[in-house]
Design a protein around this ligand. Sequence first.
Ligand code: ATP
Ligand code: MN
Length: 481
Amino acid sequence: MQRTKIADLLRTEPTGTTVLVKGWVRAFRNNQFIALNDGSTANNLQVVVDFEQTNPELIQRIKFGAAIGARGELVESQGKGQRIELKVEHLEIYGDCNPEEYPLQPKKQTLEFLREQAHLRFRTNTFGAVFRIRHALAFAIHRFFNEQGFVYLHTPIITASDAEGAGEMFRVTTLDPANPPKTEGGAVDFSQDFFGKAANLTVSGQLEAELGAMALGSVYTFGPTFRAENSNTTRHLAEFWMIEPEVAFADLNDNMDLAENMLRYVISYALEHCMDDLKILEERLIEEEKSKPQDQRSEMTLTEKLRFVTESHFERLTYTEAIDILRNSNPNKKGKFQYPIEAWGADLQSEHERYLVEKHFKKPVILTDYPAAIKAFYMRLNDGTEPGKETVRAMDILFPGIGEIVGGSQREERYDVLVSKMEAMHIPTEEMYWYLDTRRFGSCPHAGFGLGFERLILFVTGMTNIRDVIAFPRYPGSAEF
Ligand code: ATP
Ligand code: MN
């Protein structure tokens, strides 16, 4: 007999039929009622054992966490809390679970503890919900881009260009670390390395995505990216997943529209398809907030917040306008910011981003036209800005509770402007000939952005630590599992 998934059973409720279900015991009450979960849904199936008819030794082995199979008839439930239940005719234990040794307990355990048990935490309600939602969001992202006619481009994970974020990359090498070949000057001789030159794990697929966009029109990447930055925050990972669309014949406004539409689309998708899981996380948050003082509790529940974002238009303003708001803000005047806003040109810190989103506008915000000096070389220089006050066509999308969720820009498509910018920023133009070729041959205005996938999941799940929305987080000092 084929097993039926619990999600399918609960969706159709085919009472009167005999089915086989397989899953893990979440609870066993009165030697009679098993709450069975098979991961296909947040909801458990009530499996009713007739203990007078069942071998007591078998009953003994029905423990929290054990893997079992149960065959029987689906009937309308007599009890409260569920409409249907399974009346067991045959029970089988696949894997016992000794409660004395099992690290998980059938009670609330802290996220910190569960992080140390990341190999087992999928089995909790919270993490089951998080990872089903993570999957749904990934699927929704692909669906969105597919509907919009984008080509999914797989950009390389190993790259030899150190154009971006030099010093923040993980080196990829097969040289003997204890005894690497040396050049005459005494430096490590990477010409003898696997690729014939120094190579790293990618920090972004953007530059390669641009190459694709210049022929395929609209492309996106969705893959892992790596940053060896020592940021021990709740919003940074050393290995995270990024979605990077790149569109030819698009300017910054098109780029903002694309990002906004995509975010609204995928959040709506979650609201439509993940309600059971969202409710679990919403209840978790409500519980958690009870221990906070009234004024620190959020005004909206999780699903209200998500709905609010799908219905609101993101506030768009320039960096310069944002600096004015921040400079005149109460926390700035009262010295409450850790990094006070003084002059134009300052990089915005997370505290400033969150002030704008959470206190001032109370909705998602898109900041544009940042000072050229604090942004990457490939961003398009705004025409007619004063010397010393040059700005670029950059955009950052800021979300409540998260801060920056998207960073993007219109790209500099003018060859001469790009080359002089690269020279000024000490980016090796010879090595980057392939990038510059797009500007030499059939260049055109184009734009794109990077969305940090885990930051999106943080927002949708209401989780607060990025290490809890990726299966096996990598961060400074930790690469467990
Ligand atoms: P931040 O200022 O928050 O460090 P960033 O300016 O370095 O971000 P970008 O280089 O623009 O970010 O990367 C694009 C997106 O990737 C960001 O908007 C964010 O969503 C995500 N991101 C960046 N760094 C990380 C990281 N270390 N872990 C997880 N997501 C990240
Ligand atoms: Mn960063």
